[in-house]
Write a protein that binds this ligand. Structure first.
Ligand SMILES: Cc1cc2nc3c(=O)[nH]c(=O)nc-3n(C[C@H](O)[C@H](O)[C@H](O)COP(=O)(O)OP(=O)(O)OC[C@H]3O[C@@H](n4cnc5c(N)ncnc54)[C@H](O)[C@@H]3O)c2cc1C
Length: 399
């Protein structure tokens, strides 16, 4: 059981110093994953004096440990999302994730971040007759609500999937993929160039609000004094701020990457109700993750350990594809997702901590939501309002 670094962070080096002594800023961001990067970049663009404090290194949390899918919607199939939150809300949430993708693609383009971004859509595969029914129902509802969802079966489903035993898939146009660490690190470099003071290897031990309009972020060797703190620590939110502890659960996900394989998978794919997912990146490597449902209880917590049973099942699954036989696994790692109690991000004030706003609880789909949520914190801070913050308001957990 040894944790190993993710493929995406091979050779990555620190890009910023540790926080030492007292530093002053107008706003301090805590956490340097995709959410913190979005907030830091929005502040940099607005010319706000910003400090940004990360406990490890930029994108060393879930944002550099995931599969790099940029999907629309929540972790639930659309039909299930509709039954959980109602049609109108499900549609609006889905729309928010599309806006998230649009905004990420725009910043990637503007900052010229080389992160293997592609927009080839995604494919949901059904592993059973029951799941086929769910997929078809979801696809019909998506189309009724104005989104694209193309059913593929028979010859319309690529042979590579049919040979592996799948019969029905639904292709979602517009979904994307990227190297998540290169994206987040690219934004971090740009933010630093705009004057954001980033500190790495500086775990925050406390956030205090000594007086209205004051926030103090403390680490073992330093502190940032600001007017406001933005909390972007997702799965780890409850460790720092007890209010989040019973609202965001840390859940582990296992991943592996192979050596370059022949071209097999034309877009990001997910199966078994989204539990299993894989894609082939621009170098031909297959990145595969999931199978958490084999040990739901065992995969709770923030320790980035390997689960040997799940890793073995993931590797065995690849053998269902003849083109993957003999292709070695080169990397294995795990990462920690933050599951909110209702599957949606929690954005806005941090109850009990007047000097802070937070955006956490991305429930396995942070690259579908965290960019607009990080930006929403800055909208709240500067304009006092944000449509995204209203949509994912903390109010549903208060009172
Ligand atoms: C295996 C796996 C696969 C996934 N696949 C996908 C996918 O394909 N597509 C998708 O959309 N989502 C995926 N996700 C989820 C996605 O990675 C997350 O939702 C997203 O990265 C969350 O971003 P974040 O910035 O909120 O959190 P994080 O990236 O976790 O960033 C939080 C940061 O806060 C820092 N931090 C925590 N506590 C402190 C502290 N006290 N002081 C200072 N810093 C602190 C951490 O070190 C970390 O860097 C996956 C996750 C995992 C684990």
């Amino acid at each position: 059981m040894i944790a190993t670094p993710p493929y995406w962070l091979d050779g990555a080096r620190p890009i910023a110093p540790e926080l030492r002594g007292t530093h002053e800023a107008d706003i301090v961001v805590v956490g340097a994953g995709v959410c913190g990067a979005s907030a830091a970049w929005a502040l940099a663009e607005a010319g706000v004096r910003t400090a940004w404090v990360e406990g490890r290194g930029v994108s060393q949390g879930a944002s550099g440990r995931n599969a790099g899918f940029v999907l629309q919607g929540t972790a639930e199939r659309y039909s299930r999302a509709v039954s959980l939150m109602g049609r109108e809300r499900a549609r609006a949430v889905h729309q928010a994730s599309r806006e998230n993708h649009r905004a990420m693609a725009e910043v990637r383009e503007a900052l010229r971040i080389d992160c293997g971004y592609q927009r080839r859509g995604s494919l949901q595969l059904a592993g059973s007759e029951q799941e086929e029914g769910e997929l078809l129902e979801s696809a019909a509802m998506l189309r009724e609500d104005g989104f694209s969802a193309e059913v593929r079966s028979g010859a319309a489903l690529d042979a590579v999937y049919r040979e592996a035993g799948f019969r029905v898939g639904v292709h979602i146009a517009d979904d994307g993929e990227l190297d998540p660490a290169r994206f987040v690190r690219g934004v971090a470099h740009a933010a630093m160039e705009q004057g954001v003071a980033l500190f790495e290897r500086s775990p925050v031990v406390a956030i205090e609000a000594p007086a209205p309009g004051e926030a103090v972020v403390r680490t073992a060797h330093g502190e940032v004094r600001a007017q406001l703190a933005l909390v972007c620590t997702n799965a780890y939110a409850g460790e720092l701020i007890p209010w989040y502890a019973d609202k965001v659960d840390p859940v582990r996900g296992q991943m592996l990457a192979t050596a370059a394989a022949p071209p097999l998978f034309g877009c990001p794919v997910y199966a078994d109700h989204g539990f299993d997912y894989w894609r082939q990146d621009e170098h031909g490597r297959v990145v595969l993750g999931g199978w958490r449902n084999l040990d739901v209880e065992g995969e709770k917590g923030t320790a980035e350990v390997l689960h040997e049973g799940i890793q073995a099942r993931m590797e065995a699954f690849l053998q269902r594809f003849p083109g993957m036989r003999g292709v070695p696994v080169t990397h294995r790692w795990s990462g920690t997702m933050g599951f909110s109690r209702d599957g949606l991000p929690i954005v806005g004030a941090v109850p009990g901590l007047p000097g802070a706003l937070g955006a956490v609880g991305f429930t396995g789909h942070g690259f579908g939501f965290a960019w607009v949520c990080g930006r929403a914190l800055v909208e709240l801070a500067m304009d006092g309002q944000s449509e995204i913050a209203d949509r994912f308001s903390v109010r549903r957990f208060v009172g």
